[in-house]
Design a binder for this molecule. Structure first.
Ligand SMILES: *[C@@H]1O[C@H](CO)[C@@H](O)[C@H](O)[C@H]1NC(C)=O
Length: 355
C-alpha cells in the first residue's frame, strides 16, 4: 500500500508527529484511492457478523457505570429480563475491530471537540461514547450541560475533551408557517454555525420517513410543495447538506463522518421478545443507495460509518417495551445501552485512531 510504503521511509520521530496529523487525512486519501467510502485500514467494517464475546461484553453496566445515560436506553433498568443481547461483538468479514482504548482517545483529542449532529440516533451514539470514555477515567471530573433544548455538552474537564450532541433531525432548515404548519426548506442550511468541532459526525434519516413527524410542506427556492415523495425530499436535503460541507469545511482541519442509516424493526417483524441477532445477509435498506450516491459525489471525502447491515441483524438490540414508559409503548428504532451504538463508536475509534 502506497501510504505504508511512505511511512517506512520516514524517520521514526517524524512518523510520530505525522501519525497524529495525518491519521485523519489518511481516511480521506484512502477513500479516494479505493473509491470506498466505508473502508478504513484496508477493511470494510460494514460487512460482517455478530459473534458472542463473553465476558468482554457488555463494555459497561449502564446504570452503575454511567448514571447519565437516559432511562429510555437503559433497558436492564427498565426491566428487560434477557441478557444475551449484551454479549455480542461485531466481527467485520476481513478483519477484527481494534479494542476501544478510551485513554488513547482522550489523550489524542485533548482540547478538542467531537460533535454529533442529528436525530436521536445520534443521541444514542453520543451517550455511548460519553460512557465508553467515562468508564476509562471514572474518577475524572466531568460536566454534562444542556445549553439549549438542541445542544448537549459532555466535557471531560481534566482532558478538555468535549463530546457534543446537536439535535437536528433534518440537517436542512425548517420553519413554522401560521397556516401551513411545518415547512421544510430542502435547499437551505442556516444552522451550520453550530456545526463546529474537530470531528463532526452527522446523521439524518428517520425524521424524513416518520409519517407522524414528516412535514407536509416542502420548499425549494420560492416554491412550496405539498406531499412530495419522502425519498426524493431526503435526497434533495442530503445533497444540500453535502454541498454545505464541501463549501464550508476545510478537510485538513475537520474530520467529517456520516453515520449511516440504523435499521428500525417496526411493523410486522417487530422487535418484541427478540433475544438473538440474526445471521447472514439482508435485503438492501431503503435510502442507503441515496446516502452512498450523495457521499460519493462530494468534493470532501467523508467517511461513511455504514451501520445498516449490522443494525438490520440486531432485531434483539432495541429497547422494545423496556423504555420506562410502560409496556404499551414499544421502541424498535433506538438501541439499548450497552449495545449496538458501542460498536459504532468502536468503528469511530478505529477510523480516527488506529489508521
Ligand atoms: C476534580 O475536581 C476536584 C474539585 O475541584 C479536585 O479536587 C480533583 O482533584 C479533581 N479530580 C481530578 C481527577 O483531577
Amino acid at each position: 500500500m502506497t501510504f505504508d510504503f511512505w511511512l517506512h521511509l520516514l524517520p521514526q520521530t517524524f512518523v510520530v508527529l505525522w501519525a497524529v496529523s495525518l491519521q485523519l487525512y489518511y481516511v480521506n486519501v484512502y477513500a479516494v484511492q479505493n473509491n470506498q467510502l466505508n473502508e478504513a485500514q484496508g477493511c470494510d467494517f460494514s460487512q460482517g457478523k455478530w459473534v458472542v464475546d463473553d465476558p468482554y461484553y457488555p463494555l459497561y453496566d449502564a446504570s452503575s457505570d454511567c448514571p447519565f445515560i437516559v432511562q429510555g436506553f437503559d433497558c436492564l433498568r427498565n426491566g428487560r429480563p434477557d441478557q444475551d443481547y449484551l454479549k455480542y461483538r461485531w466481527k467485520p468479514s476481513g478483519c477484527d475491530l481494534p479494542r476501544f482504548d478510551g485513554m488513547k482517545f482522550l489523550e489524542t483529542y485533548r482540547g478538542k471537540k467531537i460533535v454529533f449532529v442529528g436525530d436521536s440516533i445520534s443521541d444514542n451514539m453520543w451517550q455511548s461514547l460519553a460512557c465508553l470514555l467515562h468508564i476509562t477515567v471514572p474518577t475524572s471530573n466531568y460536566t454534562l450541560t444542556r445549553l439549549t433544548n438542541h445542544r448537549y455538552v459532555f466535557t471531560f474537564l481534566e482532558y478538555e475533551v468535549s463530546i457534543i450532541w446537536v439535535k437536528d433531525g433534518y440537517l436542512v432548515d425548517t420553519f413554522r408557517d401560521r397556516e401551513k404548519g411545518r415547512i421544510l426548506k430542502l435547499d437551505s442550511i442556516t444552522s451550520g454555525n453550530l456545526w463546529s468541532g474537530d470531528v463532526l459526525i452527522f446523521n439524518t434519516y428517520h425524521w424524513w420517513f416518520h409519517t407522524g413527524k414528516t412535514p407536509i410542506y416542502f420548499q425549494v427556492g420560492n416554491e412550496i410543495m405539498k406531499d412530495m415523495d419522502n425519498v426524493e425530499a431526503f435526497k434533495i436535503g442530503l445533497t444540500t447538506w453535502s454541498n454545505w460541507i464541501d463549501s464550508n469545511i476545510n478537510p485538513s482541519k475537520t474530520t467529517v463522518i456520516f453515520q449511516g442509516i440504523a435499521a428500525a424493526h417496526s411493523g410486522e417483524n417487530d422487535c418484541l421478545k427478540q433475544t438473538k441477532p440474526e445471521e447472514g445477509s439482508k435485503p438492501s435498506y431503503p435510502g442507503v443507495d441515496i446516502v452512498q450516491s450523495v457521499l460519493s459525489n462530494m468534493k470532501n471525502h467523508v467517511y461513511w460509518l455504514d451501520i445498516t447491515l449490522q443494525t438490520q441483524l440486531r432485531i434483539d438490540g432495541h429497547p422494545s417495551i423496556y423504555t420506562g414508559r410502560g409496556t404499551s409503548y414499544e421502541d424498535c428504532s433506538h438501541w439499548c445501552l450497552a449495545g449496538a451504538p458501542d460498536t459504532w463508536n468502536e468503528i469511530l475509534y478505529a477510523v480516527l485512531l488506529e489508521s
